[in-house]
Design a protein. Sequence first.
Length: 203
Amino acid sequence: MISVKEKILRKIREHKQGWAFSAIDFLKDFKRREIDESLSYLVEDGDIRRVIRGIYDYPMYSSILKRKVAPDIEQVANAIARKFGWNISPDGNTALNYLGLSTQLTSKKVYLSDGPKRKYIIDKIPLEFRHIAKKELIGSKNTKLVIHAIRSAGKEQINEKFISSLSKKFSKTEWEKIKEEACTCADWIYDVIKKATECLENK
């Protein structure tokens, strides 16, 4: 008979290495006590890693470095958000980096959240959640990324080069969804989104 620990490990391995999670991700299939005990044993066995209290990851192994690499901050942020039921999005600077629209390096990762303000240290990297109104976190992941990236770039800095580069980040279908979901955002941001969509359509 397969143990709960083995069943949970199988579920973890269904994801790619680097996936971060918490007990909440297994509650629909197992009892909380069974989950907590199994995760503790899996940490002891070296199959998973405890990143911070209550958050774990399926570590990615580097064959070049011959060791497990640092936790994926985005995965950890999403795991924390799922654990507490928050809606999150990378803040403007993080979004610009994520989309490849800025090469400016930041010393910490910042996410906007409809939950409380929180700060964590993930393998020496600061991870911060800043509270904003729920209405500022509209749409899917792509829509939130685009809105906050544009807002961070600033109205005066938006030019044809920026719009052209931005348009290449998503497919025509994805842009249509972004345009639909972003219809309630600030007018000037929505104008940039429409131009990016049109720019892709004209190519």
